[in-house]
Write a protein of this length. Sequence first.
Length: 237
Amino acid sequence: MTALAVKGLRKRYGSFEAVRGISFKVEKGEIFGLIGPNGAGKTTTIKLIVGLLRPDGGEVKLLGREMPNKDVLRRVGYMPQELALYMNLTVEENLEFYSRLYGLSKREFNQRKDWTLKFVGLDKFKDRIVRELSGGMQRRVSLACALIHEPEFLILDEPTVGVDPNLRANFWGYFRQLTESGASILITTHYMDEAVNCDRIAVMMKGKIVTIASPQEIMEKTESRTLEEAILKLTRW
Ligand SMILES: Nc1ncnc2c1ncn2[C@@H]1O[C@H](COP(=O)(O)OP(=O)(O)OP(=O)(O)O)[C@@H](O)[C@H]1O
């Protein structure tokens, strides 16, 4: 079953075309990576999908509905590249804010919060002010905020930037657990040791998709020993 279908998507900033007619599908239960050099158009693509930007062409169908659609957004978790947290509030207060944004009742929030905090290993930190937490812990709060409403589709824009290797491995453990319980994930990352964990990858360059395949297939096709080497070959200017 297809969870996300992007068809002929385009976006210009003035006369510069950042996304040039890209198409791809993310299947239910899949971790799908958008990989490519700085400026390839990954964040723009994500913002078009969640409706933060209006496309100049093409269409996005998320969870069976044409976007933008407010009802669908309640079933989607979005972790933006720049942390969108209230630094002066506690971890739990941030979670509660997002749960309201996603339309959860107080009762639903109370039912969900313990599981979510435990899932990202923050249960002992729920009363801490976010500003006083380390960068890696703040990322975990941000992930918790994207998960509080039990989304069917998760969109993660460089979720592990500045996160130490141990915690990064933990994050990928969480992601796999979520897809095993039926969620789908669209993720961007610059870390190739992480990208290799995706089921499939779309390699983007200059607003276009160069190839879509599993990391293994991409390495074989480009006769590379590592994904890093393969991506370098595919995105050489
Ligand atoms: N608001 C904007 N106005 C003008 N140009 C923009 C704007 N946002 C992005 N761009 C340009 O569009 C292109 C794609 O940017 P985008 O942020 O989507 O790339 P990216 O692949 O996410 O890069 P990174 O890996 O650095 O996050 C870049 O050349 C960028 O300079």
